[in-house]
Ligand binder design. Structure first.
Ligand code: SF4
Length: 554
């Protein structure tokens, strides 16, 4: 009797930590299972075909808001093909009325609630022994046993990556050093849990040291990584000292950052850290409604300070559709968030997850909430469907012009003259095409020096595009820049290596392939802080932060 665990991730680059934990917990107890990992961009019939080849007698599905509809489709197909199959669902979507779930989803055999590392081995052991599973957190159509199964100590869980000799360097790998959150945000499932359980620091350090040698990005799933500031600091210090180039992503509460944290994070090696900070809103009534007592001015001041240190990459999150926040108030939150100049700003839309405090809103007729996953709010008493549609357009412009390109020189200049929300509204109307060209054409009428904006757009384009030809609206100087670049490359090699020390030892022909040169006017060079030069070399073999070198050419 073969058991297969299905994990459908939210994107190709993700990996499922939960599935690995579950598999490791079962294998440790002598209950082997196979893992089939996929993502929501694959079609149901393709994933089903992969499962058919595995010939599962028991299919275990890890179900979240992002994969629920797809997993339903897959299970329906498999159950139609193999009516005797045992299908088990677990994960955050197993919530609310189990009676309802069983009646709406005829393929279901069992539902699991609580922490799977406890529940799943008990379920599989019973099935393999030919018994009816009946442990805590396991429900069948005949009997429901609520969720209370909880792992006593994270240190008792086996290493989820232990059996994987090769991990993909292009995928994100997740790590959990604590479980639970000390806060109680009304829209969040983690708020239901009491207390935070921590993995011991020694074990966390040992596992992170091993994992960081195999992957490029480790994201901590800890709900608030710095809930215990001293512990967070100790781990940050340890990770800063790890060899290699693995990067680390943490969800933190910015208002908890201390002077000691800022001193530690001023280390040049902190460029390997990404912090995700939940602001959600700056409107006091909205923050009260979602039970987030953090002061937004304090959060933003800390974010601004972190960004100014130019080491840690900072991502800031906002949520549209919160109770009492209308469109104009939300744009106020957006403007305040952008003023802190985070490296990325995520604009999410409120989802009312079953089982959260906010789920009471589904009985409030002022709210229009999608009745199935992802349970998105589409209308509130103070935000109309049209408001939501306009904010979705802003969100697309934000992704394309701000998050997708980094904090560019042209955008920074334009933001001196337009509030972020007005700027994004203009960019949202700019249509398809090259980002820098669209930005110039959309905003040239709103800045006092349109030619400076044009040059800054050209600067950004050359810094971000290794090969693409400049669009006519941004081009300048005919073929002069190419000729000058070849003269520099094939001229005095020592001088070239002094200019680009990281290329020392390379041949001119191979250096040339990754270089672009741009000539710029005096006003642009002054604006960028290089008044003594008249050009830049852009070295696309280097990371963006090290790509630009000013020089003087004649
Ligand atoms: S939203 Fe974040 S801070 Fe709030 S309860 Fe959930 S995990 Fe904790």
């Amino acid at each position: 009797m073969k058991a297969v665990l299905l994990a459908v991730n939210a994107s190709f680059s993700h990996t499922s930590l939960a599935a690995r934990y579950l598999a490791a917990a079962c294998v440790e107890q002598g209950l082997p299972l196979s893992l089939v990992e996929s993502n929501i961009n694959e079609r149901a019939e393709v994933i089903t075909a992969r499962l058919v080849k595995e010939e599962p007698a028991i299919l275990l599905c890890s179900v979240y808001i992002w994969n629920r509809r797809l997993v339903e489709d897959i299970c329906t197909r498999l159950c139609t093909m193999y009516p005797q199959i045992t299908i088990v669902w677990g994960g955050p979507e197993v919530n609310g009325s189990l009676e309802d779930m069983f009646s709406r989803l005829p393929f279901l055999t069992y539902l699991c609630q609580g922490e799977g590392e406890e529940v799943l081995p008990a379920l599989l052991a019973a099935l393999w022994a030919g018994r009816e599973p009946s442990g805590v957190g396991i429900s069948s159509r005949q009997s429901h046993r609520g969720a209370s199964a909880k792992v006593a100590s994270l240190d008792t869980l086996p290493d989820p990556y232990e059996n994987e000799a090769i991990l993909s360097p292009v995928k994100i790998h997740y790590f959990e050093s604590s479980r639970g959150c000390p806060y109680s945000c009304a829209y969040c499932l983690s708020a239901r849990e009491e207390g935070v359980r921590y993995m011991s620091l020694g074990l966390a350090k040992a596992r992170l040291a091993a994992l960081s040698t195999k992957v490029k990005l480790i994201k901590f799933v800890d709900r608030t990584f710095n809930a215990d500031p001293a512990r967070a600091r100790e781990l940050w210090q340890y990770l800063l000292n790890l060899p290699g180039d693995c990067r680390f992503h943490f969800e933190i509460c910015a208002h908890l950052l201390t002077e000691q944290d800022f001193a530690l994070l001023d280390d040049p090696r902190a460029t390997r850290f990404q912090f995700e900070v939940g602001l959600q809103s700056t409107l006091p009534s909205a923050l009260t409604a979602i039970n987030r007592p953090m002061r937004p001015d304090l959060v933003l001041a800390k974010v601004e300070r972190l960004v100014a240190q130019v080491k840690v990459e900072v991502h800031l999150d906002l949520i549209a559709g919160l109770p009492s926040e209308g469109k104009s108030e939300f744009l106020g939150s957006l403007n305040a968030a952008m003023a802190a100049r985070p490296h990325r700003l995520h604009l999410g839309f409120l989802k009312i997850l079953p089982g959260t405090t906010l789920s009471a809103l589904k009985d409030n007729h002022g709210y229009g909430i999608l009745p199935y996953a992802p349970y998105e709010v589409l209308r509130t008493p103070v935000m109309s469907p049209r408001d939501f549609a306009e904010l979705k357009e802003l969100e697309r412009a934000l992704e394309r012009f701000y998050n997708g390109r980094g904090s560019t020189a042209a955008l920074s200049y334009a933001l001196q003259f337009l509030p972020p929300s007005a700027l994004l509204a203009k960019l949202a109307l700019s249509g398809e095409g090259l980002v820098e060209e669209k930005l110039y054409l959309a905003l040239c009428g709103d800045v006092p020096e349109p030619e400076l904006l044009r040059e800054l757009c050209r600067f950004d384009f050359l810094a971000l595009e290794p090969h693409r030809q400049l669009p006519p609206s941004l081009a300048s100087g005919g073929g002069e820049e190419g000729r000058l670049l070849r003269e520099i490359i094939y001229g005095d090699i020592e001088q070239l290596w002094r200019l680009l020390p990281k290329s020392r030892g390379e041949k001119p022909g191979s250096i040339l392939r990754s270089l672009r040169l741009g000539l710029f006017g005096q006003q642009t060079m002054e604006h960028l802080g290089f008044a003594a030069s008249n050009a830049f070399i852009f070295d696309h073999s280097r990371p963006v932060s090290e790509r630009t070198t000013p020089l003087t050419v004649t």
